[in-house]
Design a protein around this ligand. Sequence first.
Ligand code: NI
Length: 151
Amino acid sequence: MATRKILKIGDELLRKMSKPVTKFDEGLWELLDDMRETMYKNDGAGLAAVQVGVLKRAIVMDINNMYLELINPEILEQSGEQIGREGCLSVGGIQEFVKRPKKVTVRAQDRYGYQITITGEDFLARCICHETDHLNGILFVDKIEKDYKEE
Ligand code: NI
């Protein structure tokens, strides 16, 4: 395992569409293990492969000490809304208000290619949306609620 360099906003790669993972082999596992280490080393809650320069549809997350890997994630359902502060290891320094669904159901594959379905609320829903956005070249700064004031 190794930590990898995190690309920062302004890097063109962060704006590209990531490609579906088709091989669930040692190359993928090494990437995921490195992403996990890189996320923990930088105190992140989530990391997408593109953030370490790999255009593959793979994300890792750690929500309340639950580690998750989602390969080829696809949001099937979403409901409600929440507005909360969000940051990103590729942006750094700032946390801004972003509107997200309150609850999402995502279908994905695990590192072996088995299909999994996860329903998450609150912070988990927020992270799933944030990381899935990365795979489509979208950053949270594109979605800041500029006029929102905390109550
Ligand atoms: Ni991010």
